[in-house]
Ligand binder design. Sequence first.
Ligand code: TYD
Length: 205
Amino acid sequence: MKSRFITFEGIDGAGKSSQIAAAVALIESRGLSVVQTREPGGTPLAEKLRALLLHDAMHLETEAMLMFAARREHLAAVIEPALAGGRWVVSDRFTDATYAYQVGGRGLDEARFAALEQWVHPHLQPDLTLLFDLDPIEAARRLAGTGDAPDRFEREQADFFERVRNAYLRRAAADPARIKIIDAAQTPEAIRREVEGIVLETCFQ
Ligand code: TYD
């Protein structure tokens, strides 16, 4: 069976992280080997870039280029070798996040985003992307409930997350075959069933 590249996306607080483990367990239960990873990060160098990105103030274009620099490293060291070796890859975020946060949230010029995407991965796109869609007010409420200290992105206001959410939805409308929208206001159990159904339907047919 062909290996697959699956990504999870959504605004902070949408609850995707807790669903990733269930998707990985489902794929492994079919006897397949899965690499679970995340962005920004996934390699020692990319994790160092993550620490800078999440905590240090910087110019918007620096932020976009560092996201793609981390991604270049992640692709070369983890994603491409895994897929070439027949392993599945499940990543917590990928390039749709740069479109949503840097273009949608921060106002990065779309042509510059497209140029970086074309440079870093001209041919590869995820086989499936699960977009956890949630009202930013509810997402903020969930984040506040964790008690964790917020990072540079999580400290943004509701209007920022409204723009991020809308950019994700535009990206999904442009590629509905790849990006599946999940209503993240449902119960965790209902979301898990929906995620499993989509993974089975799109990847195991
Ligand atoms: P995430 O791993 O979801 O955060 P957490 O560990 O707190 O659950 O993502 C880290 C942050 O990075 C998140 O706020 C979104 C942001 N981000 C971008 O702005 N652009 C990108 O390209 C990526 C991959 C993440």
